[in-house]
Design a protein around this ligand. Structure first.
Ligand SMILES: Cc1cc2nc3c(=O)[nH]c(=O)nc-3n(C[C@H](O)[C@H](O)[C@H](O)COP(=O)(O)O)c2cc1C
Length: 197
């Protein structure tokens, strides 16, 4: 179990279900977790999960190791390099947030927390979601990759023959936990079993 908190940034790209599964798994393992969600993230949450972000938030707030700060709270502890974060994942990461982070723009708490991770050389994992990608998207990913950021697109492992969205989500969450160095290898409980032909 990680002693220092993991920050989960949720932005307005498609894939709210992956963000929810990531936070659920962190809390299930009693790992201290701090969440921050952009305004776009809240919109997509409602559209994709048919539940408000605030409803999910109130469920997470039942856990003592969970903290949440509003997107404009630039005085929050995670806005400072003195906050002892074990790392941060942005899941899903919109092209807007990706571009901002790649260019050092930090005018909301999600972006500022990511910028802090970069300047403090902490683990930063980005789950970018858009398709197709244009050259600026790709260049922004390359910029961050060269700075040590893990770029982890939420792609299905077709070779494992997924049969449900849940299969795909579990696989991506399993990859996120490895990228954050919580797990050293893909977790068999999170991964779905390879189906027999
Ligand atoms: C339902 C919905 C789905 C969206 N999906 C994506 C997406 O997959 N990738 C993306 O880059 N933007 C997507 N957007 C657009 C972003 O939400 C928008 O660019 C927003 O300004 C991002 O702001 P943020 O980075 O602060 O969250 C989506 C918007 C909506 C309403």
């Amino acid at each position: 179990m990680s002693e220092n908190p993991i920050i989960v940034g949720i932005s307005g790209a498609s894939g709210a279900t992956i963000a929810k599964a990531t936070v659920d798994e962190l809390l299930h393992r009693e790992i201290p977790t701090v969440a921050v969600c952009s305004n776009g993230g809240k919109l997509v949450w409602q559209d994709e999960l048919d539940v408000s972000f605030n409803q999910t938030l109130s469920e997470w707030q039942e856990y003592p190791m969970f903290n949440y700060y509003p997107i404009n709270d630039l005085r929050a502890p995670i806005a400072s390099g003195t906050f002892p974060a074990a790392g941060m994942v942005i899941v899903p990461c919109s092209m807007n947030s990706l571009a901002s982070i790649a260019h050092g723009i930090s005018n909301n708490l999600l972006l500022r927390s990511a910028d802090v991770c970069l300047k403090e050389n902490r683990n930063l994992t980005i789950v970018p979601r858009e398709t197709p990608l244009h050259s600026i998207h790709l260049e922004n990913m390359l910029t961050l990759s060269r700075m040590g950021v893990t770029i982890l697109p939420p792609e299905p492992a077709f070779y494992l023959k997924p049969t449900s969205i849940d299969d795909i989500v579990k696989f991506v969450v399993s990859r996120i936990f490895v990228a954050l160095q919580i797990d050293s290898e893909l977790n068999q409980d999170l991964q779905y079993q390879q189906k027999a032909d």
